[in-house]
Design a protein around this ligand. Structure first.
Ligand code: PEP
Ligand code: MN
Length: 243
């Protein structure tokens, strides 16, 4: 049984947790309109202020300005938030603006970042690395625990395989094993895990049927205009329909 953590009134690890929101925070209007439209279907709002991009020159996020927008929208709509940190130097600042800190796939084995994030005492959403074994993923979580912080959610977001039809291969079996082997809630991210919108609904259902703890989905008020991951973002209507 996974541990339960509280964020205000929200009990994490009790029901099926839905996290939704845009890949990146682009403007106050974009985040507010997206969040408002899906607010009733999510427990946590996501939005990246610091974006790890495969190719230099891509939109890397609004930084602290993005964090400020996230906090403002969170307060206006009374919804907790998660946002990614990429750099130890930003951890303390990010922790002032969000309820949950995300460690992304590319930083799963950035041990200094794990320690720094752990020290804040915040809930940490730890994604599985693109090529990390389950053992390595759980070891990464131990770095957070070692800081006296046991508030961790694990997120399976797809791993690298030979398959190219999907962006990554979403390892639901791996997510289940991570759940068996640890006390943490384990959720999936079918948006990054597949890169394909039409697979999001069946995979959220699969996660729920399998007894996993939740899902994180990218939603954008105008996906065609998204500055990041536009092909995998659902519109609020599409997202609400699934939920
Ligand atoms: C994200 O959730 O915004 C993200 C970049 O995910 P990942 O680290 O899984 O690629
Ligand atoms: Mn994304």
């Amino acid at each position: 049984m996974s541990k339960g953590f509280r964020i205000g009134d929200l009990e994490i690890g009790s029901g099926f947790l839905m996290i939704g929101g845009p890949c990146a925070i682009e403007s106050e209007e974009q985040l507010f309109e997206t969040a408002k439209a899906i607010k009733d279907k999510i427990q946590i709002l996501r939005g990246g202020a610091f974006k790890p991009r495969t190719k230099p020159g891509s939109f890397e996020g609004l930084g602290v300005e993005g964090l400020k927008i996230l906090k403002k929208v969170s307060q206006e709509l009374n919804i907790p938030t998660v946002t990614e940190v990429l750099d130890t130097r930003d951890v303390e600042t990010a922790a002032e603006y969000t309820d949950i800190l995300q460690i992304g796939a590319r930083n799963m084995q950035n041990y200094e970042l794990l320690k720094e994030a752990g020290k804040t005492g915040k809930l940490i959403l730890l994604k599985r690395g693109l090529a990390a074994t389950i053992e390595e993923w759980l070891s990464a979580a131990e770095y957070i625990l070692k800081e006296g912080n046991d508030k961790v959610i694990l997120c399976e977001r797809g791993i690298r395989t030979f398959e190219t039809e999907t962006r990554f291969t979403l390892d639901i079996a791996g997510a289940l094993i991570a759940k068996q082997k640890s006390d943490f809630p384990v959720i999936i991210d079918p948006s990054h895990g597949t890169g394909r919108k039409e697979l999001i609904k069946p995979l959220v259902l699969a996660a729920k049927a399998a007894g996993l703890d939740g899902a994180m989905v990218e939603v954008h008020w105008k996906p065609k205009e998204a500055k990041c991951d536009k092909d995998q973002a659902l519109t609020p209507d599409q997202f609400n329909l699934i939920l």
